[in-house]
Structures are given as C-alpha cells and as structure tokens.
Design a protein around this ligand. Sequence first.
Ligand code: ATP
Ligand code: MG
Length: 418
Amino acid sequence: MALTAVKGFNDILPDESGRWQYIEQTARRVFELNGFGEIRVPVMEKTELFCRSIGDATDIVEKEMYTFVDKGENSVTLRPEGTAGVMRAFIEHKMYAQDPIAKLYYMGPMFRYERPQKGRYRQFHQIGAEITGVNDPLADAQVLNMLTSFFREIGLTEPTLQINSLGCPECRPAYRAALRSFLEERIGHLCDDCKRRLVTNPLRALDCKVPGCVEATTLAPSVLEHLCGGCDDHFSSVRRYLDLSATPYSINSRMVRGLDYYTRTTFEMVTGLLGSQSAVAAGGRYDGLISQLGGPAIPGIGFAMGLERVALLLGSQEFATQPDLFIATMGGGERDVAFRLMDGLLKSGVRVEMDYEGKSLKSQMRRADKLKARYSVVIGENEVASGRASIKRMADGFQEEAALTITGIQLLVKSVKQ
Ligand code: ATP
Ligand code: MG
C-alpha cells in the first residue's frame, strides 16, 4: 500500500508555498516595524506546561492534545498553541531581568487532535506576537493596531475585529456565578457538553455552536456589566486608543476564549467567509499567566493567527515567482553558450530557466509559457555568430534586440522589471 501523510497533516507544495511566504514575510515586516523580535521555541514541551497554562477544563487540554510518553517515561505534548512555550522560555531565560518589556513574535506548526475540515487541521500553523510587562491599555491598542495593519498590508478587507473584556480574578467569579445560575435555570435546553461546562467552565457555554445552546443563552448576563472599576476603566481606555487610531472594531460581549489564562481584553479577527472556522486570529491579555508558570508577576498580551485560514482568505491570487527569462536553443550546438549565459545571469540575480532535455524548439517554447517566463530568447547559429539576439516579451510578443552578453540581457530584463 502506498504511504500517505497522517490524517489532518498537510503538505504545502511549491504552488502554494509562495502564498505562505507572502503571509510570513508580511507578518515579519509589520511586526518588526512595531519593534517585535522573533523567538523560536521547541514544538514539544512537558505536558504539565499546557495543563498549567491553558487550563485543565478547556477543550484543548481535555481532548485535543497530542500527548504521549517518550522513551524516558516523560509525558510530553506537541504544542497546541504558542504562548505557553514562549512564556516558559521568557521565564526560563530570565529575559525579564534585562527588561520586563519584551515584544516577541513566532511562527510555526501547532498540533491539535480535532476533526479535520476546511480551515481546521491537526497540524496547522500560527503566527503570533506577545508583549510582556505592560499593564497599560496602550499595549492592547498597539497589538490590535498591528494585527489590523497586518490584514490591511496583505490586502484583505475581511476579517473584522471584535473585542471584549473577560474581567480579572476579582470580578470574574461574580460573573461566573451569575452566568451559572442563569444557565441552571435553562439546563434542559443545553447540550451535554454545556451541562458539563456548567460545573467546570460555564463561560464556554456562550461559545457553544449547538443551536439549542445559542438560543438558551441569548439573554445571558453580559460580562461587560460585571466588570470591576479597574477592568471597566481598562476596557474604556482600550476603546479610546482604538478610536484615536481610527481602528475599526465592534464589541462582542459573548466572546469567550478557549484558554483559561485570559484576563481583561480579548479579541478575535472574524470572517464570514470560512463557515464555522470564523476566527482567523485571536488573542487577549494574560496578566496572571507568567506568575502562574512560576515567573514574576508580569502581565502580558498577545495573539495568534491561523496561517491556513489567512491563506484561504487570500484565495487563488498568483504568488509563485516567475522566471525573468527562458533561454531556448535551436540545436545541440548552442547549449554550451546557453548554459554559460544562464549561469552568468543567475550569478547576477536574473532568474533564468532553460531546456534540460534537448527538446524541440516548439516544446521548449511551450515550457517557457508553462513557467510563465517574462521573456524568452532563442539562440541558434546566427545568434552565436553575431553575438546578438532578439528578446521576446512573452505577454505581448514585443521583441527587442540585445547583445547576447550577461550585461546586455541583464540591462534589458532589469530595465523592464522595474
Ligand atoms: P476555533 O474556534 O476555530 O477552534 P480557537 O479558538 O481554538 O479556534 P485559538 O486557540 O485562539 O483558536 O488559535 C488562534 C487561531 O489559530 C485561530 O483563530 C485559527 O485561525 C487558528 N486555529 C486554531 N485551531 C486550528 C486548527 N485546528 N486548524 C487550523 N487553524 C486553527
Ligand atoms: Mg479550537
């Protein structure tokens, strides 16, 4: 039987990787402009890290993690998200001793055992960013503005920003209690998952997609009406900063996140174009996380976006890079000249392709079309003898003569490229 990839794990072929690189490069450019530096952490961590950070009663820890025992009898887990590992590294290397304010970004594969479907895979990729050490709502606004800029820079008008506040350990217990008693009165309408969540994590019921639960929770108490003074002020300031920078957003008081470490500001970039995979990026503040993992009491805020979902939104735009020039030869005798020319042009930064197989001129030209070469040149005996050839612009067939030298062709191709 032929070998295939593991279910939910995808290959990204060269046709598609141009689009991925475009997303990654745009993220690097926008994040680095905002003063973020890249951090690279392992894809596998001790299982305990995720239980302690994401929370035992979350979908991720309860049922989505790739956890196994290694040959040394240690329980290890393929990372289901990036923040926990980044904060583990921040603490382990005492990065805070130098400066509690760290602006970090990462990109790479994450792993969750979920039901694969469009926009939802078992190995998927996130690009994320975190700011530690700033309580001020200004950091929240910068993170949100940076995320908004990223989507503008890659040329998407979807998704749109939704924000909420989940309060803090001071005000959330009262909200949780209010929500729990509201849900208890409607327990008959809730799905089995939500009945269980009622005890472990009632806020998750607001995120449930089962129609009965959606209906039963329509009039649920709003978290925003239960914020303490500090959280309320913080949330107003975030909104004021967003207004100051003319960043469009809407408030969604039903937004809860699937990770326990969030406090205060939470947000999602949401699209209507990907079915139930509506969140393209998501994040929030996690003021208690670093101390919960054994570090000092340093706040943080960050987000992660799903690269596959961003790629789906970008659609079938052309991102593959095309050759600048295709060199075809009339016969075998010109192949040495063509090869030397290709080698010299490649060394000087012109992207060149030529025929590898000694095919007929017709099939060489078909290949030039297939590769979407910008220009082509045919080298035969006359061209070799005169040292000149006509270079054809493939888009419209316009021909221009150039010296058959590296600089001659380079000048022509470069001048039109710009
Ligand atoms: P969802 O509600 O779609 O399950 P989530 O709340 O679990 O998303 P987060 O943990 O906040 O997602 O992760 C941030 C982003 O990572 C998501 O907005 C999404 O774009 C992406 N993402 C999460 N899980 C997957 C997955 N299984 N496959 C592809 N992308 C994913
Ligand atoms: Mg999920």
